[in-house]
Design a protein around this ligand. Structure first.
Ligand code: 13P
Length: 254
């Protein structure tokens, strides 16, 4: 059965003390929820918080992800954090290619190829983000844009490696704006992504691929979006910064 995931991307929010309290609250709430085997909850705190957050979370309830990783394995790269270091802290996944990284830090497909490679090499599940800007949707280029983001960064992978990836579709115009894609818009793009993957890797790989939606998901709209057949959960920004709202979103995927 396809994995369903609700992942909280805290972005650059909270100081350690607040982050630990948030993680502990999420962990406590999750103890009251019977998560089916195929449902996973992930939180992605800032790097500085990870070691502390690991101490207050039970791995069988919630696992921890990095929000990014370096392109290189190790060495003289001042300020960077390697995939190996995330693994060493107990992370099981890493967000790669978030639109904020693409936009503000110039992350290109060539860079993302390296990040995906080093994540997989260090046994981290890449949560690979894609999504079009508003002007690209308005000029009807959204399918083309998402297809090239995926094919450029991922289609060099073997089928076996590709099957370890999760894709998050996050239309840039929906991130942090309060404007969510409609359930039809999300479903249409997710189905397109699955079809694109199917034509490259075959139907079985595409059917097993978890595709998350991200962009202004809140407790009020999560259930509707998650009800679509090709939407396998969400990547949550703002609403993951409050334990209650994040937990309500987790419940919406069940
Ligand atoms: P918001 O949920 O705040 O729109 O952010 C979505 C996102 O970018 C998650 O990675």
């Amino acid at each position: 059965m396809r994995k369903k995931i609700v992942a909280g991307n805290w972005k650059m929010n909270t100081i350690v003390r607040e982050g630990v309290a948030l993680a502990a609250a999420v962990n406590t709430e999750l103890k009251n929820i019977d998560l089916p085997e195929n449902v996973k909850v992930i939180i992605a705190p800032p790097f500085t918080h990870i070691a502390f957050v690991e101490q207050v979370t039970d791995e069988n309830k919630v696992t921890v992800a990095g929000q990014n990783c370096a392109t290189e394995e190790e060495g003289a790269y001042t300020g960077e954090v390697a995939a190996k270091m995330l693994k060493g802290l107990g992370c099981s996944s890493v967000i790669i290619g978030h639109s904020e990284r693409r936009t503000y830090y110039g992350e290109t497909s060539e860079i993302l190829v390296k990040k995906v490679y080093t994540a997989l090499k260090n046994d981290l599940m890449p949560i690979f983000c894609c999504g079009e800007k508003l002007e690209e949707r308005e000029s009807n280029k959204h399918f083309e844009v998402v297809e090239s983001q995926i094919s450029e960064a991922l289609f060099h992978l073997s089928k076996e490696d590709f099957s370890k990836i999760v894709i998050a579709y996050e239309p840039v115009w929906a991130i942090g704006t309060g404007v969510t894609a409609s359930k039809e818009q999300a479903e249409e793009m997710h189905a397109f992504i699955r079809k694109t993957v199917s034509s490259h890797y075959g139907k079985e790989t595409a059917d097993n691929l978890t595709i998350l939606y991200g962009g202004s998901v809140k407790p009020a709209n999560a259930k509707e979006i998650f009800s679509m057949p090709n939407v396998d959960g969400g990547l949550i920004g703002g609403a993951s910064l409050k334990a209650d709202s994040f937990i309500d979103i987790v419940k919406a995927v069940l």
